[in-house]
Design a protein around this ligand. Structure first.
Ligand code: IPE
Ligand code: IPE
Ligand code: MG
Length: 248
């Protein structure tokens, strides 16, 4: 029996930290701290299951507009995680990448992000992408700007602008698109995550709150994914007998 396909690239909106804390009559930051522990469980799961790339939505472009106290608490949490967790992730063979407008973070966080990327740059066991100050629209806009700059500088003609040249300037251009998207927290929306990259990603939603996520829940998502027929616009008959529908 062949093993069911495992997604090569898993993308997750880690939602529900605030509600998890609220249910316990605790401040929202307690939920974010519990969420950070769930991130570790999720990374362990991906390593165990041989998932090659994991992209986690940690903080959106829009999350900057939350109350200053929550944003400040999240920044302290990020900095602490960068200080404490990077060595271990390096030892485990994860290559870290931060996508989003990192210029909006404090210099101390930016420096830690850069150092983490440099330290882990040669690792290949798990590509661990953290979307922080990330917005899908912003990503598309910056790619469009990069194309415009190339045209203005004479490196590209307008006629050469197509899906491939735009794709090449998007975040994660060097990685395959996400195969499976998971959103916890019960909301059925994309919330400006990887808009371009998720054109053909399989979507999976759960009411579970992110801090409650464990291997059993993640495995349920993988089991569901294994039953999907990915058609990419073709017919089912075309897919059957071709490797495309089952390619992880
Ligand atoms: C997701 O949890 C984490 C971030 C957006 C930083 P939330 O903080 O959105 O939790 P809920 O959705 O309010 O429960
Ligand atoms: C999406 O969650 C962003 C992250 C998980 C980082 P939000 O909680 O910000 O999304 P909305 O506001 O419910 O759409
Ligand atoms: Mg939320």
């Amino acid at each position: 029996m062949t093993a069911p396909p495992v997604p090569h690239h898993l993308a997750i909106i880690m939602d529900g930290n605030g509600r998890w804390a609220q249910q316990r009559h605790r401040p929202r930051i307690i939920g974010h701290r519990a969420g950070a522990r769930a991130v570790k469980r999720c990374v362990e799961f991906c390593l165990q299951r041989g998932i090659g790339a994991l992209t986690l939505f940690a903080f959106s472009s829009e999350n900057w507009s939350r109350p200053a106290e929550e944003v400040g608490g999240l920044m302290k949490l990020f900095l602490g995680a960068l200080e404490r967790e990077v060595e271990e992730l390096h030892r485990l063979g994860a290559q870290l990448r931060f996508i989003g407008e990192r210029g909006r973070f404090d210099a101390s966080i930016q420096a830690r992000m850069q150092a983490a990327e440099t330290l882990t740059a040669r690792n290949t066991r798990l590509y661990l992408n953290i979307a922080a100050s990330y917005g899908g629209r912003q990503d598309i806009a910056q790619a469009a700007r990069a194309l415009a700059e190339d045209v203005a500088a004479g490196r590209l003609t307008a006629a050469q602008i197509d899906e491939d040249t735009l794709s090449a300037r998007m975040a994660l251009a060097d990685q395959p698109a996400p195969d499976l998207f998971i959103r916890t927290g019960g909301e059925l929306r994309i919330s400006n995550f990887l808009l371009w990259q998720m054109a053909y990603t399989e979507l999976w939603f759960t009411d579970a709150l992110w801090p409650d996520v464990d291997a059993t829940l993640l495995q349920a998502a993988l089991d569901d994914y294994a039953t999907r027929e990915r058609r990419f616009g073709l017919t089912s008959a075309q897919i059957k007998g071709s490797p495309i529908g089952k390619t992880p």
